[in-house]
Design a protein around this ligand. Sequence first.
Ligand code: LCS
Length: 394
Amino acid sequence: MKKGQKFGTQCVHAGEVPDPSHGAHTTPIYQTSTFVFENAEQGALRFAGKEKGYTYTRLMPNTPTHTAFVEKIAALEGGETGQTFSSGMAAITAVALSYLQQGDHLLSTDVVYGGTYELFSSILTKFGIHVSFVDTSNLETVKKNIQRNTRIIFLETPANPTMMVCDIDEIGAIARDIGALLVVDNTFATPCFQRPLTLGADAVVHSCTKYIGGHADLIGGIVVGKKEFINGMASVVNSTGGTMGPHEAWLCIRGVKTLHIRMEKHSSNAMNVAEFLEAHPKIEWVRYPGLPSHPQHEIAKKQMSGFGGMISFGIKGGTEAGRKLMNSVELCSLAVSLGAVDTLIEHPASMTHLNVPVEVRRKAGITDDLVRISVGIEEFEDIIADLDQALMKI
Ligand code: LCS
């Protein structure tokens, strides 16, 4: 990868070289579970980490297909290397198991994906890890909730599903002050619009299921950061086995080649949809980081170069009206997940965030009337027309 190349060029080229065995232009899918050694000595050296190379697909560095994908995302995020996983949740789990132990404290954004909430609140706590969910959009609140054993600060920004934004740079400084690691879930913004490693984060996690893959056809995850951070996960990665499959790694490579084009379209469409919703008489409120009405619009402008494709909103008439809207859309798909080329609409309180206790949800702003839309890359006039006809039915 040549230094100084622009983001879109890196999306297409980073991490990839023509296949050294036959010159294949695209990275081949190494659909193999194991690798043949030239001799027993070489096998021993590879297992001892004294010779670079592949051994077995569950073990880091997995396969050349994984390596190409990892190098691509590492280049885009400004990291040194990375590790892929079978899902975003497997990625977050591996970070937690690698860097937390009994007695440690994890400070997390209070608005996180429901699966992340469950992992932190119900699973890590079983192993004697202390967890606080705090409003990380408020720096004073972050500082107040630091404990002497805080080992990781975990941010999701923009947060799923309230679109709350927090200041990565400022929280990075707090983390450094206390010797804690800052881990940022960058799934919503993608490196196209936000690069947490350049703002002081130690690691970035993604659900590749979303914008990285981009086409709603795979489940995957990745962690990127410094070599030291990623190598520090080897024991957990190798022994828990949540590795991404080679085919998914290839689909991700293919997805990322158009990330810059897709993200621009997601973002400009979302701005149009957000403005339409904000002006609509049947809409009570809209949260989109690109709108001046967003409570952290200034932070978003400072740390993001675009605002992405996710919007949350509430309809006058609350939950019932929202349900009617979701049952009336025709172009938009009523489905969870996000970051697909097509527009998806869902109800977090009864779907993606159902497992978050209702009082926690309400306190964090995941209200019962909240409808979440992942704006696709169709033409925005058609998305708006669909929402308009559905709103007319309420
Ligand atoms: N991080 C964020 C911000 C997410 O939105 C999700 C999944 C994950 C991590 C976990 O990734 P996965 O294991 O699914 O690859 N979010 C989902 C959502 O909002 N609807 O369905 C899944």
